[in-house]
Design a protein around this ligand. Structure first.
Ligand SMILES: Cc1ncc(COP(=O)(O)O)c(C=O)c1O
Length: 455
């Protein structure tokens, strides 16, 4: 059909396995290191935090990992997600480019985060775990784990970055509706939280701080484990259902992307869309340009250093080699809470080091301009995180117009912004500030990067 808008797959086409890019990369990721000994971690070191199946996925080298049937069964509620041709946006831009987006906001929690939350809850339940702790920035991940935990009868405790907790009371209500507990971080419940509050009682929190709190509670109790919504290899793995479906949907459209775009907080929605396409390329298929989009105020991929660092502020997590702004770097408060993380997934970082992707930083008003233009043409109000991908896609489409060439552009619309309307109100009221990162704070955070001689 010449003017199809939505490309939909039948439930039977939900992928049967996740795709592991490690099998196709020309070099292997550096090992994670123990925070105390700074020696490579063995699976047993991670057992206080994660169930063994997830630890094995973290170090897996096989190309395909089967998706358990109970996980596929739950995926059926919203997967396969639609691939949409943004025809009205194309017309508004007057571009010869073909713009497609994969829409992950159709999940119950409103974003891609549910793809991994369901998988993580499943493996924890299978291992006999009773409780999960986690952090959340935007609230998308916390909501997803709350829902997934409820599905498998697990108690879920979410430490929500205080700034977001205050900004988004309905995200908290959503987590509670699904049976989870939501605590503003830093909190007096943990040693890590108490130490931060003693120093700064009004602290607005950060993802790094909330991770310290969640990890601290998990390691104290054998029935409690920790779940992370991004960054780790197994999380990125679970997200590859997105790109695998998109490959099939583009085949239906008789198209193939020249450019792939995703926003990058910890890297999971970007990797989920892009890795299956990069896999095709690495195995001799068509070459694609992949672009990771981040906030100028938290420029992990564009300004960060590729080095070993902690994943949290309290230095309880293993050290991983990634693009980092330093674990003590607290980015300024901006509205895309899910992109305010000091590090980047080791696999996305490695993919950039290998020259397989580019990255670009955007200021928030430009992103909201793009988000509003998208809402007014395509109808969906995007999550502030996802507006970074939209900004980049629009810029690329306008470049096509200038150059008079048609390229096929696919971006990940990772979530909707229905709980982010305060951010839109601030934008309309002209209250959004385009604050750059503080270079002095960044340099001092980078100066504190841990010294690592091993590996
Ligand atoms: C809608 C949405 N997109 C993107 C992100 C960023 O995370 P990641 O880079 O892991 O996809 C978040 C994080 O909370 C999110 O809520």
């Amino acid at each position: 059909m010449a003017d199809t808008v939505k490309y939909l797959l039948d439930e039977t086409r939900i992928p049967k396995s996740w795709y592991n890019i490690v099998a196709d990369l020309p070099s292997q990721p550096a090992p994670a290191l123990h925070p105390a000994t700074r020696q490579p971690l063995g699976p047993a070191d991670l057992e206080p935090l994660f169930p063994m199946e997830l630890i094995l996925q973290e170090v897996a080298t096989e190309r395909e990992i089967e998706i358990p049937e109970p996980v596929r069964e739950i995926y059926r509620a919203w997967r396969p997600s639609p691939l949409v041709r943004a025809r009205r946006l194309e017309a508004a831009l007057g571009t010869p480019a073909k713009l497609y987006y994969k829409y992950e906001g159709v999940s119950a929690a409103g974003s891609h985060k549910l793809n991994t939350a369901i998988a993580q809850a499943f493996y924890n339940k299978q291992a006999g775990v009773k409780r999960l702790t986690t952090e959340t920035g935007a609230g998308q991940w916390g909501s997803s784990l709350a829902y997934a935990g409820g599905m498998f009868g697990l108690e879920v405790k979410v430490f929500m970055v205080r700034a977001s907790y205050n900004q988004k009371p309905y995200r908290r209500a959503m987590m509670e509706t699904w049976g989870a507990t939501c605590i503003p971080s830093p909190s007096p419940l943990t040693e890590a939280g108490r130490a931060i509050l003693a120093h700064d009682p009004d602290c607005r929190g950060s993802l790094g701080m909330a991770i310290s709190e969640a990890v601290e509670l998990a390691v104290q109790d054998k029935d409690t484990k920790y779940a992370l919504g991004s960054v780790l290899n197994h999380v990125l793995l679970h997200q590859t259902v997105i790109g695998q479906e998109a490959l099939l949907q583009l085949e239906m459209a008789g198209d193939y992307p020249d450019i792939l775009i995703g926003c990058t907080g910890g890297g999971s929605n970007f990797a989920g869309l892009v890795f299956p396409f990069l896999g095709e390329q690495l195995r001799g298929g068509r070459k694609v340009r992949a672009i990771g989009c981040e906030p100028a105020a938290c420029p992990t991929l564009t300004r960060g250093r590729f080095a070993y660092d902690f994943g949290d502020t309290g230095h309880l997590t293993p050290l991983v080699k990634m693009h980092t702004l330093g674990s003590t770097f607290v980015p300024p408060g901006f509205h895309a809470g899910g992109l305010r993380y000091h590090g980047m997934a080791p696999l996305v970082s490695l993919v950039q080091e290998l020259g397989l992707m580019e990255s670009r930083a955007f200021t928030q008003t430009g992103c909201f301009d793009a988000g509003v233009q998208f809402a007014r043409t395509e109808g969906i109000v995007p999550a502030p995180e996802a507006t970074h991908a939209i900004r980049c896609a629009i810029d690329e489409a306008l470049r096509c117009r200038e150059e008079g060439v048609s390229r096929t552009i696919l971006f990940n619309l990772s979530g909707h912004g229905h709980f982010d309307m305060q951010a839109y109100m601030d934008y309309f009221a002209g209250k959004l500030e385009d604050r750059d990162y503080d270079d002095a704070a960044l340099q001092s955070a980078l100066a504190e990067l841990p010294e690592v001689t091993a590996a």
